[in-house]
Design a protein around this ligand. Sequence first.
Ligand SMILES: Nc1ncnc2c1ncn2[C@@H]1O[C@H](COP(=O)(O)OP(=O)(O)O)[C@@H](O)[C@H]1O
Ligand SMILES: [Mg+2]
Length: 257
Amino acid sequence: MKLAITGKGGVGKTTLASLLARLYATEGKAVLAIDANPDANLAMALGLPQDEARRITPIAEMKDLIEERTGARPGSKAPFYKLNPRVDDIPEQFSAKIDGIRLLTMGTVKTGGSGCMCPESALLKSLMSHLLFRESDVVIMDMDAGVEHLGRGTAQAVDALIIVVEPGRRSIQTAEAIRRLAGDLGIERCYVVGSKTSSNADRQFITSSMPDFEVLGFIDYSSKIREADLSGVSVFDADPAVVAEVRGIKQGLERKE
Ligand SMILES: Nc1ncnc2c1ncn2[C@@H]1O[C@H](COP(=O)(O)OP(=O)(O)O)[C@@H](O)[C@H]1O
Ligand SMILES: [Mg+2]
Protein backbone atom coordinates (compact mmCIF):
# COMPACT_ATOMS: atom_id res chain seq x y z
CA MET A 1 0.00 0.00 0.00
CA LYS A 2 1.54 3.29 -1.09
CA LEU A 3 -0.27 6.34 0.16
CA ALA A 4 0.40 10.01 -0.42
CA ILE A 5 -1.21 12.50 1.94
CA THR A 6 -1.78 16.03 0.82
CA GLY A 7 -3.95 19.08 1.52
CA LYS A 8 -3.78 22.67 2.64
CA GLY A 9 -1.29 23.65 5.34
CA GLY A 10 -2.35 22.97 8.92
CA VAL A 11 -5.34 20.75 8.18
CA GLY A 12 -3.93 17.63 9.82
CA LYS A 13 -1.89 15.79 7.16
CA THR A 14 1.04 15.01 9.39
CA THR A 15 -1.29 13.89 12.16
CA LEU A 16 -3.02 11.45 9.79
CA ALA A 17 0.28 10.25 8.30
CA SER A 18 1.67 9.45 11.76
CA LEU A 19 -1.48 7.56 12.78
CA LEU A 20 -1.62 5.47 9.60
CA ALA A 21 2.09 4.67 9.93
CA ARG A 22 1.62 3.45 13.50
CA LEU A 23 -1.47 1.40 12.62
CA TYR A 24 0.29 -0.42 9.81
CA ALA A 25 3.37 -0.95 11.97
CA THR A 26 1.31 -2.54 14.75
CA GLU A 27 0.11 -5.06 12.16
CA GLY A 28 3.72 -6.05 11.66
CA LYS A 29 4.02 -4.42 8.23
CA ALA A 30 7.29 -2.88 7.13
CA VAL A 31 6.37 0.78 7.09
CA LEU A 32 8.36 3.49 5.44
CA ALA A 33 7.23 7.01 6.24
CA ILE A 34 8.47 9.76 3.96
CA ASP A 35 8.43 13.34 5.11
CA ALA A 36 8.45 15.45 1.98
CA ASN A 37 7.70 18.80 3.59
CA PRO A 38 9.95 21.84 3.59
CA ASP A 39 9.09 22.13 7.29
CA ALA A 40 9.55 18.52 8.21
CA ASN A 41 7.73 17.53 11.41
CA LEU A 42 6.53 13.98 10.94
CA ALA A 43 9.28 12.75 13.27
CA MET A 44 7.78 14.75 16.12
CA ALA A 45 4.23 13.61 15.34
CA LEU A 46 5.54 10.05 15.57
CA GLY A 47 6.85 10.90 19.02
CA LEU A 48 10.57 11.25 18.37
CA PRO A 49 11.99 13.54 21.06
CA GLN A 50 12.41 17.09 19.81
CA ASP A 51 16.20 17.19 20.13
CA GLU A 52 16.54 13.99 18.10
CA ALA A 53 14.03 15.20 15.53
CA ARG A 54 15.97 18.45 15.16
CA ARG A 55 19.17 16.51 14.39
CA ILE A 56 17.68 14.89 11.29
CA THR A 57 19.11 16.43 8.15
CA PRO A 58 16.80 16.18 5.14
CA ILE A 59 18.31 14.31 2.18
CA ALA A 60 17.93 17.42 0.00
CA GLU A 61 20.36 19.23 2.31
CA MET A 62 23.06 16.53 2.39
CA LYS A 63 25.52 18.28 0.12
CA ASP A 64 28.32 15.71 0.43
CA LEU A 65 25.96 12.85 -0.29
CA ILE A 66 24.49 14.67 -3.28
CA GLU A 67 27.97 15.37 -4.63
CA GLU A 68 29.17 11.82 -4.03
CA ARG A 69 26.17 10.33 -5.85
CA THR A 70 25.57 12.76 -8.66
CA GLY A 71 29.10 14.00 -9.27
CA ALA A 72 28.14 17.62 -8.69
CA ARG A 73 27.86 19.76 -5.60
CA PRO A 74 24.56 21.59 -5.11
CA GLY A 75 24.91 25.20 -6.23
CA SER A 76 28.24 24.56 -7.95
CA LYS A 77 26.90 25.11 -11.47
CA ALA A 78 28.70 21.97 -12.57
CA PRO A 79 27.62 21.35 -16.16
CA PHE A 80 27.19 17.59 -15.78
CA TYR A 81 25.74 15.30 -13.16
CA LYS A 82 24.22 11.85 -13.07
CA LEU A 83 20.49 11.82 -13.73
CA ASN A 84 20.04 8.41 -12.14
CA PRO A 85 22.35 8.38 -9.15
CA ARG A 86 22.65 5.31 -6.94
CA VAL A 87 20.19 5.48 -4.05
CA ASP A 88 19.46 1.90 -2.97
CA ASP A 89 21.44 2.16 0.29
CA ILE A 90 20.02 5.54 1.32
CA PRO A 91 16.81 4.36 3.05
CA GLU A 92 18.75 2.03 5.35
CA GLN A 93 21.56 4.48 6.06
CA PHE A 94 19.65 7.66 6.55
CA SER A 95 16.30 6.72 8.02
CA ALA A 96 15.33 7.15 11.64
CA LYS A 97 13.59 4.22 13.33
CA ILE A 98 10.61 5.04 15.52
CA ASP A 99 8.32 2.32 16.91
CA GLY A 100 9.10 -0.01 14.04
CA ILE A 101 8.59 2.69 11.42
CA ARG A 102 11.40 3.81 9.19
CA LEU A 103 11.25 7.53 8.60
CA LEU A 104 13.06 9.20 5.78
CA THR A 105 13.13 12.98 5.71
CA MET A 106 13.47 14.09 2.12
CA GLY A 107 13.29 17.85 2.31
CA THR A 108 12.62 19.88 -0.77
CA VAL A 109 14.66 21.55 -3.43
CA LYS A 110 14.32 25.27 -2.91
CA THR A 111 13.86 26.84 -6.30
CA GLY A 112 11.25 29.04 -7.84
CA GLY A 113 8.93 27.00 -9.98
CA SER A 114 9.02 23.35 -10.81
CA GLY A 115 11.27 21.29 -13.02
CA CYS A 116 14.54 22.33 -11.43
CA MET A 117 17.47 20.76 -13.22
CA CYS A 118 20.02 20.37 -10.50
CA PRO A 119 21.91 17.58 -8.75
CA GLU A 120 19.77 17.67 -5.60
CA SER A 121 16.58 17.25 -7.56
CA ALA A 122 18.14 14.39 -9.56
CA LEU A 123 18.94 12.61 -6.30
CA LEU A 124 15.46 13.20 -4.84
CA LYS A 125 13.73 11.99 -7.99
CA SER A 126 15.84 8.89 -8.17
CA LEU A 127 15.25 8.20 -4.47
CA MET A 128 11.51 8.77 -4.70
CA SER A 129 11.17 6.32 -7.52
CA HIS A 130 13.30 3.76 -5.67
CA LEU A 131 11.16 4.16 -2.55
CA LEU A 132 7.88 3.88 -4.36
CA PHE A 133 8.78 0.98 -6.59
CA ARG A 134 10.98 -1.20 -4.46
CA GLU A 135 10.77 -0.46 -0.77
CA SER A 136 8.56 -1.74 2.04
CA ASP A 137 5.05 -3.18 2.33
CA VAL A 138 3.61 0.20 3.17
CA VAL A 139 4.83 3.62 2.14
CA ILE A 140 3.22 6.71 3.59
CA MET A 141 4.23 10.05 2.17
CA ASP A 142 3.49 13.19 4.11
CA MET A 143 3.42 15.92 1.48
CA ASP A 144 2.48 19.58 1.41
CA ALA A 145 -0.34 21.19 -0.56
CA GLY A 146 0.88 19.96 -3.89
CA VAL A 147 2.08 16.91 -5.71
CA GLU A 148 5.48 18.30 -6.79
CA HIS A 149 7.30 15.32 -5.36
CA LEU A 150 5.58 13.03 -7.77
CA GLY A 151 6.43 12.88 -11.42
CA ARG A 152 4.55 11.06 -14.12
CA GLY A 153 6.51 7.91 -13.48
CA THR A 154 6.38 7.82 -9.69
CA ALA A 155 2.73 8.90 -9.50
CA GLN A 156 1.76 5.55 -11.02
CA ALA A 157 3.16 3.77 -8.00
CA VAL A 158 0.87 5.64 -5.62
CA ASP A 159 -2.15 3.51 -4.76
CA ALA A 160 -4.13 6.36 -3.29
CA LEU A 161 -3.85 10.08 -2.78
CA ILE A 162 -5.54 11.18 0.41
CA ILE A 163 -6.54 14.82 0.52
CA VAL A 164 -7.18 16.15 4.01
CA VAL A 165 -9.71 18.94 4.44
CA GLU A 166 -11.18 20.75 7.43
CA PRO A 167 -14.66 22.21 7.63
CA GLY A 168 -14.08 25.41 5.68
CA ARG A 169 -14.10 26.53 2.09
CA ARG A 170 -10.40 27.21 1.72
CA SER A 171 -9.08 23.72 2.28
CA ILE A 172 -11.86 22.36 0.06
CA GLN A 173 -10.81 24.69 -2.73
CA THR A 174 -7.23 23.50 -2.28
CA ALA A 175 -8.47 19.90 -2.52
CA GLU A 176 -10.03 20.62 -5.88
CA ALA A 177 -6.81 22.16 -7.18
CA ILE A 178 -4.81 19.19 -5.92
CA ARG A 179 -7.12 16.74 -7.62
CA ARG A 180 -6.66 18.51 -10.94
CA LEU A 181 -2.88 18.29 -10.59
CA ALA A 182 -3.12 14.66 -9.56
CA GLY A 183 -5.29 13.92 -12.58
CA ASP A 184 -2.64 15.44 -14.84
CA LEU A 185 -0.13 13.01 -13.36
CA GLY A 186 -2.44 10.06 -13.90
CA ILE A 187 -3.38 9.49 -10.24
CA GLU A 188 -6.96 8.32 -10.32
CA ARG A 189 -7.60 7.24 -6.79
CA CYS A 190 -8.12 10.40 -4.77
CA TYR A 191 -9.94 10.26 -1.46
CA VAL A 192 -10.84 12.80 1.15
CA VAL A 193 -10.44 12.67 4.91
CA GLY A 194 -12.24 15.34 6.91
CA SER A 195 -10.25 16.67 9.84
CA LYS A 196 -10.97 18.77 12.93
CA THR A 197 -14.70 18.29 12.58
CA SER A 198 -16.69 18.80 15.75
CA SER A 199 -20.30 18.22 14.81
CA ASN A 200 -22.56 16.46 12.35
CA ALA A 201 -23.02 19.83 10.69
CA ASP A 202 -19.24 20.03 10.10
CA ARG A 203 -19.13 16.57 8.60
CA GLN A 204 -22.18 17.32 6.50
CA PHE A 205 -20.57 20.54 5.28
CA ILE A 206 -17.61 18.59 3.94
CA THR A 207 -19.58 15.83 2.25
CA SER A 208 -22.08 18.20 0.70
CA SER A 209 -19.41 20.67 -0.48
CA MET A 210 -17.49 17.87 -2.18
CA PRO A 211 -20.17 15.77 -3.86
CA ASP A 212 -17.82 14.29 -6.45
CA PHE A 213 -15.17 13.25 -3.93
CA GLU A 214 -15.21 10.04 -1.96
CA VAL A 215 -14.93 10.82 1.74
CA LEU A 216 -13.21 7.99 3.60
CA GLY A 217 -13.96 9.28 7.07
CA PHE A 218 -13.39 11.99 9.65
CA ILE A 219 -10.95 12.76 12.40
CA ASP A 220 -12.85 14.89 14.86
CA TYR A 221 -11.31 17.84 16.61
CA SER A 222 -9.54 16.49 19.66
CA SER A 223 -8.03 18.50 22.49
CA LYS A 224 -5.81 15.47 23.21
CA ILE A 225 -4.17 15.90 19.80
CA ARG A 226 -3.35 19.49 20.67
CA GLU A 227 -2.00 18.48 24.07
CA ALA A 228 0.10 15.71 22.50
CA ASP A 229 1.61 18.27 20.18
CA LEU A 230 2.44 20.54 23.11
CA SER A 231 3.95 17.82 25.26
CA GLY A 232 5.83 15.94 22.52
CA VAL A 233 3.82 12.73 22.80
CA SER A 234 2.88 10.82 19.66
CA VAL A 235 -0.71 11.32 18.57
CA PHE A 236 -1.12 7.57 18.47
CA ASP A 237 -0.43 7.27 22.18
CA ALA A 238 -2.48 10.33 23.08
CA ASP A 239 -6.00 9.62 21.93
CA PRO A 240 -7.54 6.15 21.45
CA ALA A 241 -10.71 7.67 19.97
CA VAL A 242 -8.71 9.24 17.17
CA VAL A 243 -6.83 5.99 16.61
CA ALA A 244 -10.19 4.23 16.22
CA GLU A 245 -11.33 6.81 13.66
CA VAL A 246 -8.16 6.32 11.64
CA ARG A 247 -8.51 2.56 11.86
CA GLY A 248 -11.90 2.98 10.19
CA ILE A 249 -10.36 5.19 7.50
CA LYS A 250 -7.66 2.59 6.86
CA GLN A 251 -10.26 -0.17 6.56
CA GLY A 252 -12.22 1.98 4.14
CA LEU A 253 -9.11 2.31 2.00
CA GLU A 254 -8.48 -1.42 2.07
CA ARG A 255 -12.02 -2.12 0.93
CA LYS A 256 -11.32 0.01 -2.15
CA GLU A 257 -8.31 -2.14 -3.10
N1 LIG B 1 -8.16 16.41 14.79
C1 LIG B 1 -7.43 17.39 15.36
N2 LIG B 1 -7.86 17.97 16.51
C2 LIG B 1 -7.16 18.95 17.11
N3 LIG B 1 -5.99 19.42 16.65
C3 LIG B 1 -5.50 18.89 15.51
C4 LIG B 1 -6.18 17.84 14.82
N4 LIG B 1 -5.44 17.50 13.71
C5 LIG B 1 -4.36 18.30 13.75
N5 LIG B 1 -4.39 19.13 14.83
C6 LIG B 1 -3.39 20.14 15.18
O1 LIG B 1 -3.34 21.09 14.13
C7 LIG B 1 -2.00 21.45 13.85
C8 LIG B 1 -1.65 21.08 12.42
O2 LIG B 1 -1.72 19.67 12.27
P1 LIG B 1 -0.74 18.90 11.28
O3 LIG B 1 -1.10 17.47 11.31
O4 LIG B 1 0.68 19.26 11.56
O5 LIG B 1 -1.20 19.57 9.91
P2 LIG B 1 -0.49 19.63 8.47
O6 LIG B 1 0.51 18.52 8.42
O7 LIG B 1 -1.61 19.44 7.51
O8 LIG B 1 0.13 20.98 8.35
C9 LIG B 1 -1.15 20.74 14.88
O9 LIG B 1 -0.93 21.59 15.96
C10 LIG B 1 -2.00 19.56 15.29
O10 LIG B 1 -1.71 19.14 16.60
MG1 LIG C 1 2.56 18.62 8.02
